[in-house]
Write a protein that binds this ligand. Structure first.
Ligand code: DX5
Ligand code: ZN
Length: 222
């Protein structure tokens, strides 16, 4: 079944605990914490302290998406936080195996994020070392953007690549996901829909989650 993940970048920062509880009740499957450094992307966002502060507000998995340079320098901040997975951006890695090993040594899974212009051919060599690949549908840094053209084709290519191997990692799509394009993303091969604006802006989040699940019913790609 397709997994719906709530990106807290779009939540109301004055009420983050309530937002996490609300999304949990609305039926999402996990939470996504964007962490930005003002350098890799021209924006700032959440921090490991938010994971720590919000951990008790939901039993669902939390993961961090590091949209920042030098991810190795901040991995120690996650050691005791019970984030299930760290997703690092491909073009921030100088020594991918070393970064992946460091994440695993802290008992977390490893995800790799690709921006719209990152080459799938080059990055796919690392897929065998991953637990998840995240395809950004937008240029990283901001919520509320429209999905870039070519995202569906990139998901299809990643799906083909993964299905040819014995290492069947899930594909997440992040940025510009909304009820109107959920079905086409899943049909292209996405397993996880990460959504910020589309979940946190509408008045009735539970209805949004229900309508996505209804539009996807019976339409899994495998
Ligand atoms: C973009 C972030 C996304 C963002 C998605 O840099 O990685 O996680 O929160 O936001 P929406 O769903 O609003 O496009
Ligand atoms: Zn993200």
């Amino acid at each position: 079944m397709t997994h719906i993940c709530a990106s807290l970048l779009a939540a109301d920062y004055a009420r983050l605990g309530e937002e996490v509880q609300h999304a949990t009740k609305a039926g999402v499957d996990s939470f996504h914490f964007d962490m930005m450094d003002g350098h890799y992307v021209p924006n700032l966002a959440l921090t490991p302290d938010h994971i720590k502060a919000l951990r008790s507000y939901s039993h669902l998995p939390f993961h961090a998406h590091l949209e920042l340079d030098n991810p190795d320098d901040v991995l120690c901040k996650f050691e005791t936080l019970h984030a299930g997975m760290i997703i690092v951006q491909w073009d921030t890695l100088t020594d991918p195996p070393r970064t992946f090993e460091k994440i695993r040594s802290q008992n977390m899974k490893v995800g790799l994020g690709l921006s719209p212009d990152d080459s799938l051919d080059e990055a796919s060599r690392l897929f065998q070392d991953l637990d998840l690949v995240l395809l950004l549908g937008v240029y990283p840094g901001f919520g509320g953007q429209s999905m870039q053209p070519g995202t569906l084709e990139k998901i299809e290519s990643a799906r083909k690549y993964i299905d040819q191997t014995n290492h069947r990692i899930p594909i997440a799509v992040d940025g510009g996901v909304k009820p109107e394009n959920a079905l086409s993303l899943v049909q292209a091969g996405a397993d996880i829909l990460i959504m910020g604006t589309a979940l946190f802006r509408p008045i009735d989040m539970a209805q949004t989650v229900r309508s996505i699940r209804e539009s996807l019913a019976g339409s899994q790609h495998r």
